[in-house]
Design a binder for this molecule. Structure first.
Ligand SMILES: Nc1ncnc2c1ncn2[C@@H]1O[C@H](COP(=O)(O)OP(=O)(O)OP(=O)(O)O)[C@@H](O)[C@H]1O
Ligand SMILES: [Mg+2]
Length: 460
């Protein structure tokens, strides 16, 4: 299939250069000199991509963009702007432009943007969808509600492209799982998936963490170290908790998203990489942009494909599916024969609001599988609203950590014995049933541990 691109610019030189580059890439190229000609040509719907100058003699590029979006929404539009008009470029992104390039630009960069735009545009012209969605069938993400189905379809479509994805959702809604699905469904699947938790790395180390450093770049830099972006070359970088990034780092990241290049700390040599960026946040980034705390240009760079994962309480119909998935999983890994939850138990699960979202539900089912007497999880086995058995000592500072220690309505408090049993099971699992190690962690003798295992009937 030959891709068709329309280049719109009033400067003859620019038109010629751009057409040449694109023709070389094997695309079929047409040109237009002004807004009217562009609108007339694009209206045919013949073009996969329109490369549109923001400043045209007879119309504003934004108006032309609006016109194209209104009549042929499947056409992907890339804006070209002078550096001074970045604000307008952002406006263009809001109006549905796929991306923008600021003048002067590197030809390579231009080539890459058009290429990724075509990959994004390709789904529109693709053969009918495969029956099963890959995200769902292969990567263990479940959800039958229309919201989740829509997300799965979207990920299926955009995963094969290089488009940057920004995942937004409360803690525990599945952001990381989704980020991995994006990577695993892409042609980068067998390349590295590199995760950076931007909130966990101290501010002064984040730059070196992301971009690497040369020996001697700072006192503790005793050897050259590759940054995460270099490690992830040809693969995907997952920037978790992106909202926590300082303004200085935001500026550096902006450059990477635009030019795909950076320097190691302490080096002037520019490194180019081919990485796809997936970012996640549990903050309302738009609001942080409005408050001036997050760069607007970076926000639009990252949210080429924004994905909002709704909290579990807004898609309760997914609960049974998730519950059954977790029962099957924990039954298998914990060597239990639990197969289902009683009707009353399910009602309890459906009634609760799950402030810790899917993660809290998963912890609850894991615990229930441990406590279930037979093959059915009863109400008694459900400890809803308690901190996770494996909850970290502090739940961090990033809000939404709702699952920790909230004894909400309908909570049945646990006895010391129950807590003790659950804790022993947890430690045994983490030590892969190494009893000596487990006893040391629990600070009890091995003998005492064996007695307790017997007493509580803990299966291993
Ligand atoms: N739709 C889903 N289907 C199956 N499992 C899910 C789903 N969503 C989340 N999970 C599971 O719930 C747990 C939490 O998911 P994940 O770590 O991706 O959440 P998160 O949004 O990144 O949370 P946080 O903001 O706290 O980092 C994981 O064990 C994940 O496998
Ligand atoms: Mg996460």
């Amino acid at each position: 299939m030959v891709y068709r691109v329309l280049v719109v610019d009033d400067e003859p030189n620019m038109r010629a250069v751009l057409s040449d580059v694109l023709t070389e890439e094997g695309y079929e190229v047409a040109v237009a000199r002004d807004g009217a000609e562009c609108i007339a040509r694009a209206a045919s719907g013949d073009f996969h991509v329109v490369v549109l100058d923001l400043k045209l003699p007879d119309a504003s590029g934004i108006d032309v963009l609006r016109e194209i979006r209104a009549h042929t929404p499947e056409t992907v539009v890339i804006m070209i702007t002078a550096y001074s008009s970045v604000d307008t470029a952002i406006e263009a992104m809001k109006c549905g432009a796929y991306d923008y390039i600021t003048k002067p630009f590197k030809i390579d960069n231009f080539r890459m943007v058009v290429k990724s735009a075509l990959e994004l545009g390709a789904p529109f012209s693709r053969a009918p969808r495969r029956q099963a969605l890959r995200v769902e069938s292969e990567f263990g993400m479940v959800g039958s509600t229309p919201e989740m189905q829509r997300i799965f379809r979207m990920i299926d479509d955009i995963a094969p492209t290089n488009a940057t994805v920004l995942i937004y959702g409360e803690s525990g809604t599945g952001k990381e799982l989704l980020a991995r699905a994006v990577h695993n469904c892409s042609h980068r699947a067998d390349k590295p998936f590199v995760k950076v938790n931007c909130a966990a790395v101290p501010e002064n180390l984040l730059e070196s963490e992301l971009f690497g450093h040369e020996r001697g770049a700072f006192t503790s830099a005793v050897a050259r170290r590759l940054g995460r972006f270099e490690v992830a070359d040809t693969g995907t970088v997952f920037l978790d908790e992106i909202g926590e990034m300082s303004p200085a780092m935001q500026a550096k990241l902006l450059r990477v998203t635009q030019e795909k290049e950076f320097e190691r700390v302490g080096s002037s040599q520019t490194i180019r990489v081919d990485v796809r960026i997936v970012a996640a946040t549990n903050q309302d980034l738009k609001e942080r942009v409005a408050r001036g705390e997050f760069r607007e240009d970076l926000y639009y760079r990252l949210s080429v494909i924004p994905v909002y994962l709704p909290p579990l309480r807004e898609r309760k119909a997914d609960i049974p599916l998730l519950v059954n998935k977790f029962i099957a999983y924990y039954s298998e890994t914990l060597g239990r024969k639990v197969t289902q939850v009683s009707e009353d138990g399910m009602r309890m699960l459906m009634d609760y609001d799950w402030p810790g979202n899917v993660r809290e539900l998963e912890n609850c089912i894991e615990r229930a599988v441990i406590f279930a007497k037979g093959s059915v999880i009863e109400e008694d086995n459900l400890y809803i609203g308690l901190p996770a058995i494996n909850a970290p000592a502090s739940s961090g500072t990033h809000g939404n950590g709702g699952e920790a220690g909230q004894a909400g309505p309908g909570v049945r408090p646990m006895s010391i014995r129950e807590v003790e049993k659950a804790h022993i099971v947890q430690v045994l699992r983490e030590t892969h049933s190494n009893r000596t190690l487990a006893a040391r962690i629990l600070q009890i003798s091995r003998r005492t541990l064996l007695n307790k295992i017997k007493e509580y009937g803990i299966a291993e």
